[in-house]
Design a protein around this ligand. Structure first.
Ligand SMILES: Cc1cc2nc3c(=O)[nH]c(=O)nc-3n(C[C@H](O)[C@H](O)[C@H](O)COP(=O)(O)OP(=O)(O)OC[C@H]3O[C@@H](n4cnc5c(N)ncnc54)[C@H](O)[C@@H]3O)c2cc1C
Length: 412
């Protein structure tokens, strides 16, 4: 490609892509919703009230109606059949505009892409469009009280009935958005006599059937967002099965790959490291008062901010590298696993540093008129722990990278 076909801006991009970016940027500027006047959650993990949900749903719907969601999903299921690159640009511009997040994240990033791989035509046709428009919210029913890191130990039963339908009995926990969800991607045991992995099946479970109890759980910030879900002989139709019976573990591993970043930029997956977060940190440093001057004048804080900026740039470049198949042929998922691990820990260090710079001001909480940035930083620091646990804890990811990527001996 000649230089004349490129334009400057976000690095050198092909002209057509750069133009698309500018179009999306202008749209975000013109359409980003004003502050609703009530507390918004920081991510889809903390949505609790109806009004938060309504506001965020309306925003996702607006982005979809404008043609900026599902760009890389097939047109016959509500998408546009464009290259994934364009969807990533929308994600980056959403972050850049500090626009609200897309609330149906589990549908967009994990359930939808999994249905695209394993779904029948009927399932794709039924399920995918309402994911994009946020008409139907999705949740993920994998973890159980006795099966988190060791997910294959799940004991929730889906018992087949004579007519081919199922009855579900069991207990899921940490189920984000279950209180708002119309559907759940459900991992359940269909054959307890088969091996641990072979006995599992994967379902698209309708949450509005009898026998389902959703109980909210409270996080350390005092916010809700996740739940436990009890199934008591809950009916589930035969066509809820995704893939084959007994194939659930393979399907779940596909979902986990998406959860750990393989669907980044797909459907509406939001971008991660974008340079926006360190910019926000710099702004805190410029406003955080120290005994003499501001945190931004302190060489130690400046040094730590610079270090985080370097990490953020490394993450951005790693994410770019992960998208080039030729650079990942030997270890296809290695970079994505590493990026999930490093990003979640980087994000934690970032909000921790903001709190350190704020000093005693970091103890001011939501609703306090003196709190800097409406107490978003201490809230972000507490919420950051969830990111190092959900989708595989940091310890588990280190094990997987050590054993499967670096070829180190198994610990046990
Ligand atoms: C904010 C948030 C949202 C979530 N949303 C969902 C959701 O929507 N749906 C869903 O299904 N789940 C969800 N989860 C659950 C999440 O997937 C689990 O918390 C996670 O898999 C860990 O499982 P656990 O909590 O049972 O911890 P455990 O597996 O009991 O682990 C406890 C500790 O032991 C460590 N550990 C365990 N095994 C090993 C090992 N072999 N080697 C070294 N260390 C080990 C872990 O790293 C951890 O520190 C969410 C979690 C969080 C925090």
């Amino acid at each position: 490609m000649s230089e004349s076909e490129r334009v400057s801006g976000e690095g050198a991009e092909p002209k057509e892509i750069a133009e698309f970016r500018l179009e999306v940027r202008a749209w975000m500027e013109a359409n980003r919703p004003p502050d609703p006047g009530f507390k918004l959650p920081q991510s889809f993990l903390e949505v609790e009230s109806e009004r938060q949900l309504d506001f965020l749903r309306a925003w996702q719907r607006k982005v979809y109606d404008a043609g900026y969601l599902g760009l890389d999903w097939p047109a016959e299921v509500g998408g546009r059949g464009d290259p994934a690159k364009r969807q990533r640009i929308v994600g980056q511009e959403l972050a850049r505009a500090r626009a609200p997040f897309l609330v149906n994240a589990i549908g967009l990033q994990w359930a939808g892409p999994t249905i695209l791989v394993y779904g029948t035509d009927a399932q794709k046709k039924r399920m995918l469009r309402p994911i994009l428009s946020a008409e139907e919210i999705w949740c993920q029913g994998f973890s159980e009280p006795g099966a988190g890191s060791d997910l294959a130990s799940a004991t929730t039963r889906a018992e087949k009935q004579e007519d081919g339908s199922y009855r579900v009995t069991g207990h899921k926990v940490w189920t984000t958005l279950a209180h708002a969800a119309k559907w759940m991607i459900l991992l359940a045991r269909t054959d307890p006599s088969a091996g641990k992995y072979e006995g599992l099946s994967f379902f698209l479970f309708p949450m509005d059937v009898p026998g389902v109890t959703v109980q909210p759980l409270v996080k350390m910030t005092g916010e809700g967002g996740f739940n436990q879900v009890i199934f008591d002989n809950a009916p589930m139709p035969a066509d809820a099965l995704l893939g084959r019976e007994g194939q659930g573990w393979d399907v779940a591993l596909t979902t986990l790959l998406f959860e750990r970043g393989a669907a980044e930029g797909s459907g509406g997956g939001q971008a991660t490291a974008s340079g926006e977060s360190v910019r926000a940190l710099v702004s805190v440093a410029q406003r955080a008062r120290r005994e003499t001057g501001f945190a931004a004048d302190d060489p130690v804080f400046r040094d730590r901010i610079a270090q985080l900026w370097i990490e953020e740039e490394a993450l951005r470049l790693s994410a770019l590298r992960a998208r080039v198949p030729e650079l990942n042929a030997d270890r296809p998922q290695a970079l994505r696993l590493m990026n999930k691990l490093v990003y979640s820990e980087y994000n934690q260090r970032l909000s921790e540093l903001a709190c350190e710079m704020l000093g005693p001001d970091a103890t001011l909480w939501l609703g306090d008129p003196c709190a800097v940035d409406r107490a978003e930083w201490p809230r972000a620091y507490m919420n950051s722990f969830g990111m190092t646990i959900g989708g595989g804890t940091s310890e588990i990811l280190r094990n997987v990278i050590g054993e499967r990527v670096l070829g180190l001996p198994k610990t046990r």
